[in-house]
Write a protein that binds this ligand. Structure first.
Ligand code: OOG
Ligand code: MG
Length: 257
């Protein structure tokens, strides 16, 4: 496939996100992308955001839990950049108008105090963490009916849309089995454990370092890394108050308007 086509596909997914208009899956439009091409489309679509003034502030990992892989019918981990424009004020209001069919999922976020890249041990990535926090990610696939192949979702920057982060905490050595309860209006809708995230969310951080390194990049100090959801995602509707209670780490919340 030529570069021109990859640029066109990047514009398609970027326009769909900007205009909150669903499109058919690229694979269904006859674009059978390789994984490498899917990440090129992702790069090109994020470059369009950067040209509009957004800044990359971190990276998200996706499909790091079986719960998410099963919900979406995929078998591999994915990743994509987060920009400053995706950040939602914790405890604030989120307007549904800019979204297509948004869902929310419970996550754990890391804040780096030193750069990470390449093959790193768990001890090495842990030493690079300034703080850890409970987080909620809003995902909004740009594809009809929230259906996609692995390549489609990668090209669509992993459905990245928004995220909110609770109060940062001093990183504790053991994040491997924290209870995570996501509530809608005070009622539990998803219950899980941080153990669902690759057995230990720090493994997701090590994976983030590895994939950054493979792409010839470094995640600088100050980067945010979302480790991936510990449970299936849940559709959000106007008026609902979403709250994550994470054992030892506390709360992240917002209200949908
Ligand atoms: C892709 C994003 C997956 C996660 O935490 O696993 C993800 C999607 O499900 O649309 O963010
Ligand atoms: Mg996620």
């Amino acid at each position: 496939m030529s570069d021109i086509n990859l640029h066109n596909l990047a514009k398609k997914v970027d326009d769909a996100a900007k205009n909150a208009r669903a499109i058919s899956q690229l694979s269904a439009q006859g674009h059978a992308l390789t994984l490498a091409q899917a990440y090129q489309v992702q790069d090109l679509s994020v470059a369009r955001r950067i040209e509009r003034g957004e800044k990359q502030i971190g990276i998200k990992m996706g499909f790091t839990s079986r719960a998410k892989m099963i919900q979406m019918g995929v078998e591999d981990m994915i990743w994509g950049p987060l920009t400053d424009q995706m950040m939602i004020e914790e405890g604030g209001e989120v307007a549904l108008s800019g979204f297509i069919h948004p869902r929310v999922e419970p996550e754990i976020a890391f804040l780096l105090k030193s750069p990470i890249s390449g093959n790193m041990t768990l001890a090495q990535v842990m030493a690079a963490v300034e703080a850890v926090a409970p987080a909620l990610e809003i995902i909004d696939s740009r594809y009809d009916n929230f259906k996609f192949s692995l390549e489609d979702v990668i090209a669509d920057n992993c459905s990245s849309t928004g995220f909110t982060i609770g109060a940062w905490q001093t990183p504790s050595a053991d994040l491997s089995n924290l209870g995570m309860v996501m509530e809608f209006d005070g009622k539990a809708v998803q219950i899980g454990s941080s153990a669902a995230i690759l057995g230990n969310p720090y493994r997701s951080l090590a994976a983030a370092a590895r994939v950054a390194g493979e792409a010839g990049k470094t995640l600088p100090a100050g980067s945010i890394v979302l480790a991936g959801a510990s449970t299936a995602a849940q559709a959000i509707t106007p008026g609902v108050h979403v709250r994550l209670n994470c054992e030892k780490l506390g709360v992240a919340e917002f209200t949908v308007v």
